[in-house]
Design a protein around this ligand. Structure first.
Ligand code: PMP
Length: 369
């Protein structure tokens, strides 16, 4: 029996192989007599899990040596405070607002940063476009520039990270990559810090990934809690406090799954990128060719991970969702701030799930005709 296809925006579907493996190891991890949740984070068993997960992630995302990988707690929203507590110093921080998540990040920064500046916003288009980097009004001497590289709710993605140097800024770029981490490679030459909750593409909620350039450590404001001071977290290999051990273990299994993925000549994250491009293209092409469904995002800004779409007749939303559930197509309801539907096509969603969704969308349209 196959499991239903789960289109949740997060917490989201986890590869079945990962779940099976975790189930098999639940009571006894590798003959240790303990499940992972029952182990000391300082014991040799868990240290082995942690070190493997970190090494695999470094390899998968090609994280350079001069970046630290931190496994933290608090999720993306806590990082909205933790980033300015660590990086803002006494200077202005710049925000590019392209949807709900970058707007939330900016709002939180007001509590901690000396000054918050909006360098660009696409609010005037209802967050259906990305403002052209050439038009961004970046502050001189900003401590960092924040973007959300994939807006989960509005379905907007930066397909290329901005190169701040060519825009006249020396500030490090901070990216919230919560909802597309590991869906494509990252150009680290353009990034100072990346953060993301694990619960979309990496594993269960409760683990937060931070990848930070070493020169950005050691500048926390005095009020920064020790457990959230990146320097302290880095100096203690993410074990200043008890880390989210289960989340690290599950992410580690996901990294091993990712390393096994192949698509043509590509493997790992490059294979996922090829697959993700094909999945998203298939669904956007179908929606664009239909008179019944619509996606309102400008084509060049469309996310490969989160695809919001609307029935032209919104009165049929409930019937659409009920029929989808009956066919094993789960969690398609759009975010309440946007409405309509949203199909999240993270790494764990196979092309067969996209085909099943399109098959249902066609059938639903025919039935309504
Ligand atoms: N940033 C983005 C892009 C997200 O999608 C989310 C969660 N959907 C968050 C931040 C917030 O993450 P959390 O709920 O883990 O704090």
């Amino acid at each position: 029996m196959t499991r239903p296809y789960n289109f949740s925006a997060g917490p989201a579907a986890i590869p079945e192989e990962v779940l099976q493996r975790a189930a098999a190891e639940m009571l006894d991890w590798h003959g240790s007599g303990m499940g992972v949740m029952e182990m000391s984070h300082r014991g040799k068993e868990f240290i082995a899990i942690y070190e493997q997960a970190e090494a695999d992630l470094r390899e998968l995302l090609a994280v350079p040596e001069h970046f630290k990988i931190l496994f933290m707690q608090g999720g993306g929203l806590a990082e909205n405070a933790i980033v300015p507590l660590n990086l803002s110093r006494a200077a202005t921080v710049d925000f590019v607002v392209t949807g709900s998540w970058s707007a939330k990040s900016r709002k939180e920064a007001f509590k901690y940063a000396a000054e918050v500046h909006t360098a660009a916003s696409s609010e005037d288009t209802g967050f259906t476009t990305l403002p052209d980097p050439a038009t961004w009004r970046l502050s001189r001497g900003a401590s960092y520039v924040h973007i959300c590289s994939n807006e989960t709710i509005h379905g907007i993605e930066f397909h290329e990270l901005p190169d701040l140097k060519t825009l006249g800024s020396d500030a490090p770029l901070v990216i919230d990559f919560s909802s597309h981490v590991a869906s494509r490679p990252v150009d680290w030459s353009r990034v100072g810090l990346a953060f993301g909750g694990a619960q979309k593409n990496l594993g269960p909620a409760g683990l937060t990934l931070v990848v930070v350039r070493e020169d950005l450590l050691g500048h926390a404001l005095p009020a920064c809690p020790s457990a959230f001071d990146y320097q302290i977290v880095a100096d203690n290999q993410s074990m200043f406090n008890t880390p989210p051990t289960w989340g690290i273990y599950m992410a580690g299994l996901t990294f091993q799954w990712l390393k096994r993925q192949r698509e043509g000549d590509a493997s790992g994250v490059a294979a996922m990128e090829a697959r993700n491009k094909a999945k998203a293209q298939r669904l956007y092409d179908y929606i664009d060719g239909s008179q019944f469904y619509v996606n309102k995002v400008a084509p060049q800004a469309r996310s490969r991970m989160n695809i919001p779409f609307f029935l032209r007749d919104e009165g049929r939303n409930d019937a659409f969702l009920a029929g989808a559930r009956e066919r094993g197509l789960l969690q398609l309801k759009g975010h309440k701030s946007v409405g309509g539907m949203r199909a999240s096509l993270y790494n764990a969603m196979p092309m067969a799930g996209v085909e099943a969704l399109i098959g249902y969308m066609q059938e639903f349209e025919r039935r309504q005709a």
